[in-house]
Design a protein around this ligand. Structure first.
Ligand code: HAM
Length: 416
């Protein structure tokens, strides 16, 4: 028997309602902030991510699902920000649309060691606002993330924010960290030794106990920020205060991807255990240019849907069965009539189904019950003769004969 690949999972019909509800809510909230959906492909050139996330990022180093195709090296996208920016530039949206707000939903792929909340195929709901460096936009994007969480009935989350500053400030931060961490190298794990050489900011994300102790000791402030970036961050905080969004300033929050500049944020939830980030994002003012477009600021975030579902209080939309009409036909002649009847009901927008397993009346009734059908429609010899159907209300248990040309009206009355 074949099994799904570790770190991937089937989303079965019973849980898909919850997924659909979260997706529908997201579409509604994104629309209210004037975001439009964009659907980039799931496969991209691997170089797109090397360039944007950074050669030394954990994702590029260890987690890319690579696909070799003759001379080309493709990959399953590990995230969508780079894809969205590629699409924005490739389709000249900078010229035709200018400032643009885009959202996306779909699977991402990272070759990770699977555990609770950490999958190899997982889903993002995210957005990118491209074409502005305005700090009010950072505040709006963070408020949008907050609004989404509230709409998903999620509470007890923590929003952490920080500013990395511009590229120059980031180098300053890196240098400051290098000086502070050099004397502590012997207390850092093997991975962090490598990070020290290649991407020192990543050390701040290390979960290793002894590394955490070292990190907690070192003093990180906003000293690395130039006056413009300091002012930008002040205005982001002002915007969040103005909108009544609670946040914690976390100088150790640096995020693992190279494209971030200035504002970065992460939203964590206490019930998620070690993989506690529900979502994260930030500003990336150099990426559009880096990928061949004009100099344009941008900011966005992504939520991990599986993690949202671990903490949401939503219960999923009503089961489909609540509106299901289930037809049971007795005998071949009735079956042919039922076939046409179902086609007519569907043309009139009624959800209906029938038995395809040649069940007895009792067996078919049991099936209707299992499917939580709202109404059962029985068509036998008597009904054919009288041009009626027997309509059984599965909630009240009552049944009655209904003339066939009154059927749609009667179903409408019962279901609404
Ligand atoms: P990220 O932090 O890598 O950011 O991913 C965002 C969220 O995806 C995480 O906070 C987490 O909830 C979820 N996630 C990440 N990896 C996994 C995994 N292996 N299994 C399950 N869930 C996972 C980004 O990807 C950026 N593109 C976000 C962004 C958008 N920044 C600016 N715009």
């Amino acid at each position: 028997m074949y099994k799904s690949i570790p770190g991937t999972r089937d989303i079965l019909p019973d849980e898909v309602f919850l997924w659909q509800e979260v997706e529908d809510i997201s579409r509604g909230v994104f629309a209210r902030y004037n975001y439009k959906e964009c659907r980039p492909p799931l496969i991209e050139e691997a170089a797109l991510f090397d360039r944007s996330l950074g050669e030394s990022s954990e994702i590029v180093q260890k987690q890319m699902f690579l696909i070799k195709n003759k001379e080309e090296l493709y990959c399953l996208r590990p995230e969508a920000t780079a894809s969205i920016i590629r699409a924005y530039i490739e389709n000249s949206l900078d010229k035709t649309k200018g400032f643009l707000k885009l959202y996306y939903m779909g699977p991402m792929f990272r070759l990770e060691r699977p555990q609770k909340g950490r999958l190899r195929q997982f889903y993002h709901i995210g957005c990118e606002a491209i074409g502005s460096e305005a700090p009010e936009l950072d505040a709006e994007v963070i408020a949008l993330a907050d609004n989404l969480l509230k709409s998903f009935s999620i509470d007890n989350y923590t929003l952490k924010i920080n500013s990395l500053g511009c590229s120059k400030d980031r180098s300053g931060l890196t240098e400051g960290l290098r000086d502070a961490l050099k004397p502590e190298l012997s207390n850092l794990c093997e991975d962090c030794h490598l990070r020290f050489k290649k991407n020192i900011l990543r050390i701040l994300d290390c979960k290793n106990e002894s590394c955490r102790k070292v990190i907690e000791k070192i003093n990180i402030s906003d000293r690395h920020l130039c006056p413009e970036c300091k002012e930008h961050f002040s205005l982001v905080k002002f915007g969040l205060d103005n909108l009544g969004i609670c946040y914690e300033i976390t100088p150790r929050l640096v995020r693992g991807l190279d494209y971030y500049t200035r504002t970065v944020f992460e939203i964590s939830h206490q019930d998620l255990g070690s993989q506690d980030a529900l979502g994260a994002g930030g500003r990336y003012d150099n990426l559009v240019k880096e990928l061949g477009g004009p100099q344009l600021g941008a900011v966005g975030f992504a939520f991990g849907v599986e993690r949202l579902l671990l903490v949401t209080k939503l219960e999923g939309r009503k089961a489909a069965g609540e509106k299901l009409v289930y037809a049971i036909s007795l005998g071949d002649k009735a079956k042919a009539h039922s076939q046409k009847l179902l086609a007519n009901l569907r043309r009139n927008g009624i959800t209906c189904d029938t038995d395809y397993e040649n069940k007895s009346l009792k067996g078919a009734m049991r099936k209707a019950n299992d499917l939580k059908a709202r109404l059962v429609l029985i068509l036998g010899e008597d009904e054919l003769r009288d041009n009626t159907v027997t309509l059984k209300d599965m909630l009240s248990g009552q049944q009655k004969q209904v003339l066939r040309d009154k059927l749609i009206e009667e179903i409408g009355k019962a279901i609404c």
